[in-house]
Design a protein around this ligand. Sequence first.
Ligand code: DX5
Ligand code: ZN
Length: 222
Amino acid sequence: MKHLVAPSILAADFTRLADEFAMVNASEADWFHLDVMDGRFVPNITFGMFIVEAMKKMAQKPLDVHLMIVEPERYVEGFRKAGADVISVHYEACPHLHRVLQQIRASGAKAGVALNPHTPVHLLEDLLADIDLVCMMSVNPGFGGQKFIYQTLPRIRKLKEMIEISNADILIEVDGGVGLQNAESLLQAGANVLVAGNSVFGAPDPSSAIRQLKAIEPVRTF
Ligand code: DX5
Ligand code: ZN
């Protein structure tokens, strides 16, 4: 399957959000990646359901909503109603992860689990049948524009192997510090979805940055 590119709106210019959405709509991007932060699970605060609902009206592509919040189970239906197509919750925020994943699927959205850089991938081993997407954090969540953590590469390889062995249908998404400099290695390691914030919106020509990310053809080494 051809990999997907999901520009992270956190890095967009919020004073001209409609133009930024129009650019992504017209580009080769596949999804909008929306970062919801609550000031508790992560130090930063961004936006909630009300804004996601407004974004849904501007978006002509699926909304990939990354919840960096505590007690995400309280908001799953709300974000689904607001227009989320994929909802990812953090492993570290969910003592009852299995239940939350079922809740997300029951709402009609695809169920994602995000892993902080220190959370071992094998912790997902017994849950693979309940997961549609794993969001592998390649920075510490909370802010855009951080440096990519290289240890993510072997983590993706490990996860890919687990998924293949179990025959599960799961997308591996990489989130944080992704750009042209590391995209090929990420795809080679097994990533299916590239989230890109600053490397897209900080580029002189964002839609060409998206096109270049889409154009990468990784050489499969496994
Ligand atoms: C970080 C967010 C990321 C972030 C990526 O907490 O989850 O989605 O916006 O931004 P870049 O690509 O600039 O690192
Ligand atoms: Zn994110």
